[in-house]
Design a protein around this ligand. Structure first.
Ligand code: FPP
Length: 263
């Protein structure tokens, strides 16, 4: 990231770290730099309560606010939220329409939360295909948070990992054609930087709610070494306590990155 990340030094932040109950020698290295979340189960949550699916999405948007605040207070550097996939366009028009109204309304309403907490906003995904109302709110939010140095909160919106990789390969091929780089110069950094997430650290922890054990075309390059945490809780029920449980578990993981345990 271009600006140096500065974790919050507030009393709230200190309390949140304490509430995790990790030992001093575990902290602060035990906190993931980047958390990615697949917020699944809005529809099932709504169905179980006899509501329309849209009510599940609205409840999901509300559930997100305390999670953003907690991640920010814990000193997480990047939080990336799967909000609408390139495949979600195949859902009924009414549901797609609801989500395309909810997103700009959410950005308008929560912009102050980002400003008050020194957060940066980022859109991860394709702009083409998104309604102008959504693009306008994305652009305003990008602009007003661009100088912030705290957590980067990304909405993966009109996002698909394969589409992202195709876009990256095309942009790198163009650079080769332009004589900017040679094919043999292409390395992991070239590819990482060409992705929509370019400049962000790779996710250390991928959380999926609502129990399914799949990746759903989400950040496939970036999660190569991410630790996975799946909970049965539907996204609208996912609370700060669920997140703390995932983080305590993450802190106990032995990440070897393909190497062996030192003797
Ligand atoms: C998956 O649940 C969720 C989505 C496709 C949308 C995610 C959106 C939100 C959490 C709310 C919007 C957030 C913002 C920031 C505006 P699903 O509908 O696939 O649930 P199901 O698998 O139970 O049917």
């Amino acid at each position: 990231m271009s600006k140096t990340f500065t974790p919050p030094q507030t009393e709230d932040a200190r309390r949140e770290l304490e509430a995790l109950g990790l030992s001093k020698d575990q902290l602060p290295g035990a906190i993931p730099r980047h958390i990615a979340i697949i917020m699944d189960g809005n529809g099932r949550w709504a169905k179980a309560k006899g509501y329309d699916r849209s009510k599940g999405h609205a409840a999901g948007a509300e559930a997100l606010i305390p999670i953003i605040k907690l991640c920010c207070n814990l000193g997480v550097e990047a939080l990336t939220l799967y909000t609408f996939s390139t495949e979600n366009w195949t859902r009924p028009n009414s549901e797609v329409g609801f989500l395309m109204e909810l997103c700009p309304e959410y950005l308008r309403r929560e912009r102050q939360l980002l400003i008050d907490n020194n957060m940066r906003f980022r859109h991860v995904g394709k702009r083409e295909g998104l309604p102008q109302t959504v693009l306008d709110e994305i652009d305003t939010t990008l602009e007003v948070t661009k100088d912030h140095t705290g957590m980067t909160m990304s909405l993966a919106l009109n996002y698909g990992s394969r589409a992202e990789i195709i876009d990256a390969v095309q942009s790198i091929a163009q650079r080769v054609t332009d004589g900017d780089i040679k094919p043999q110069d292409i390395d992991e950094t070239t590819i990482s930087d060409a992705l929509y997430t370019g400049g962000l650290p790779d996710p250390d922890l991928l959380i999926r709610t609502a129990g399914e054990m799949r990746l759903s075309n989400y950040l496939l390059w970036q999660i190569s070494y991410a630790e996975l945490w799946v909970t049965d809780a539907y996204w609208p029920d996912f609370s700060c306590d669920h997140l703390r449980e995932a983080l305590r578990n993450f802190a106990g993981r032995n990440r070897r990155f393909g190497a062996v345990e030192p003797r």
